[in-house]
Design a protein around this ligand. Structure first.
Ligand SMILES: CC(C)(COP(=O)(O)OP(=O)(O)OC[C@H]1O[C@@H](n2cnc3c(N)ncnc32)[C@H](O)[C@@H]1OP(=O)(O)O)[C@@H](O)C(=O)NCCC(=O)NCCS
Length: 139
């Protein structure tokens, strides 16, 4: 079941999955509370098992951030459901993300396209590429 959640409700999974459980990591992302930003979660047996945030930018584009599925629930199609619900919801907008290289194959099979050179994000120290949902240019 995909539900709309608060930004704060994403924090536990963001920390566990995207920041290696680091208790000191900052899991508040720019734009979390911007008007038009939406946070979606998947609830299974009463537990929040995946989260994804869709950050609204002033240029009208929407950035997917904080995509995380609980490790015990990965590989069951939950991430696919969550990403697809967002791209359906924001159809017609420019939808993009800065994706970890380790997850790019996941996005590519859903129709996302890699743009430009790779870079390392300070918060993770991991290589990333900008990707966009097909059809609309990333900003
Ligand atoms: C990437 C992630 C969000 C995918 O979520 P998920 O719930 O496991 O995704 P799904 O079960 O819908 O996977 C769909 C397909 O993508 C594949 N896949 C999942 N993660 C993948 C990855 N990192 N790289 C390549 N393929 C991947 C699955 O094997 C599956 O393939 P199949 O249909 O052939 O079986 C999840 O693995 C995750 O949270 N990873 C750690 C955090 C992360 O990297 N987040 C993305 C940051 S940009």
């Amino acid at each position: 079941v995909i539900v709309e959640i608060t930004a704060a409700a994403t924090h536990t999974l963001r920390r566990a999955v995207l920041r290696n459980g680091d208790p000191d990591a900052d899991v508040v992302f720019d734009g979390d509370d911007a008007e038009g930003s939406v946070h979606l979660g998947v609830v299974s047996d009463g537990w929040l098992v995946a989260v994804a945030s869709w950050i609204a930018h002033d240029d009208g584009s929407v950035q997917l951030r904080g995509m995380a599925t609980d490790p015990s629930m990965q590989g069951r199609g939950i991430g696919t459901e969550l990403v697809t619900s967002g791209t359906d919801r924001f159809a017609g907008r420019a939808v993009w993300a800065d994706a970890r290289d380790s997850a790019i194959a996941f996005y590519e099979q859903l129709g996302w396209v890699v743009e430009g050179d790779g870079f390392v994000t300070p918060a993770t120290g991991l290589p990333h590429h900008r990707i966009r949902w097909r059809g609309m240019p990333a900003p």
